[in-house]
Ligand binder design. Structure first.
Ligand SMILES: Nc1ncnc2c1ncn2[C@@H]1O[C@H](COP(=O)(O)OP(=O)(O)O)[C@@H](O)[C@H]1O
Ligand SMILES: NC(=O)OP(=O)(O)O
Length: 314
């Protein structure tokens, strides 16, 4: 029997640098992503997917802003649910197409997933999740002044709007997700980090305006489904220390303790590698066997330990 593997990939893999984010562009990128996943499913692994939505949900916020005098703007939690739907649809379509070509007939299912957060999470006072397109410093300054947006520089790639990103406490649909995996489905869940919701004193849930980090939600998903391996797919082959400096050094296999030490030394910035490394560490610290951070197109070799950064327990 194959392993249960939870794979998380970023919204930046779905709308790539320099692209506008049209649906055909998203579909083409997703098709490319799915081509890398077919092999795993063919080998008999149970695959669970989660994905980011930073560029896509940020674009919905821009649409809101531009059209609010004509049609009502939707709250951010609803925008997250919209991206779960549209990206889940694209993934279902392209992964099914790719599997059928290989003669594999398994259901691919997207679960609209709510994730509980603490409405008093300090993250609401300190926005860190980059959303939408990249801007020049000058454009960012203008948006900050004119719209009051929080803007940050994102890993040397340009400036982006940031929104609050509370910590994911609980995946509310976890039992349904487990049942679908048991039934043999490839499940897409907690897209865009999940729809942030919180509970009131009566036990009722309601939406919260935020974007949860999909890697942090992904490690919870991986633990909830009893995954053997949690794979975080991104734009670099390996995690580095002194990233972007002449002294940059790529990491091959590290223990959780070494990862925590590098984290303490400030090698992993918020909004990019920071939450990724935190998620990878949490998975192995809380009982998981292995987290791997690797480039999307290198998933096969990364699972064999030939590339990527593998994080193991002590
Ligand atoms: N220490 C580091 N090691 C490797 N990459 C890093 C590091 N710090 C920042 N980065 C940047 O973080 C990016 C991954 O974050 P991001 O693009 O936000 O993730 P996602 O792929 O989930 O969209 C990498 O492509 C790289 O540009
Ligand atoms: N929600 C989320 O983490 O999106 P990205 O991976 O696109 O940043």
């Amino acid at each position: 029997m194959g392993k249960t593997i939870v794979l998380a990939f970023g919204g930046n893999a779905i709308t790539k640098a320099g692209q506008k984010g049209t649906f055909p562009e998203q579909l083409a990128n997703i098709k490319e992503t799915c081509a890398h996943l077919v092999g795993l499913i063919k080998e008999g692994h149970r695959v669970v997917l989660t994905h980011g939505n930073g560029p896509q949900v940020g674009n919905l916020l821009i649409k809101n802003e531009l059209s609010k005098s004509v049609v009502p703007a939707m709250p951010l939690d609803v925008c997250v649910s919209n991206t779960q739907g549209s990206l889940g649809y694209a993934l279902q379509q392209e992964l099914t197409n790719a599997l059928v070509k290989e003669g594999i007939h398994v259901p691919v299912v997207t679960v609209v997933t709510r994730v509980e957060v603490d409405k008093d999470d300090p993250a609401f006072q300190n926005p860190t999740k980059p959303v939408g397109p990249f801007y020049t410093e000058e454009e960012a300054k203008k948006l900050r002044e004119e719209k009051g947006y929080a803007m940050v520089e994102d890993s040397g790639r340009g400036w982006r709007r940031v929104v609050p990103s509370p910590f994911p406490l609980k995946i509310l649909e976890k039992d349904a997700i487990r049942a679908l995996i048991e039934a043999g489905a490839v499940v897409i869940a907690a897209g865009g980090g999940g729809i942030p919701v919180s509970q009131n004193d009566l036990g009722e849930y309601s939406g919260v305006e935020a974007v949860i980090d999909k890697d942090l939600a992904g490690q919870q998903l991986a633990r909830d489904v009893g995954a053997d391996t949690f794979v975080l797919l991104t734009g670099v082959s390996r995690v580095a220390i002194n990233f972007g400096k002449p002294s940059q050094k790529e990491l091959d296999v590290i223990t959780a303790r070494e990862g925590r030490q590098y984290q303490k030394e400030g090698h992993f910035p918020p909004g990019s590698m920071g939450p990724k490394m935190e998620a990878a560490l949490l998975f192995v610290e809380k009982g998981g066997q292995k987290s791997i951070i690797a480039a999307l197109e290198e998933i096969g070799p990364a699972l064999k330990g030939e590339t990527g950064t593998t994080i193991i327990p002590e």
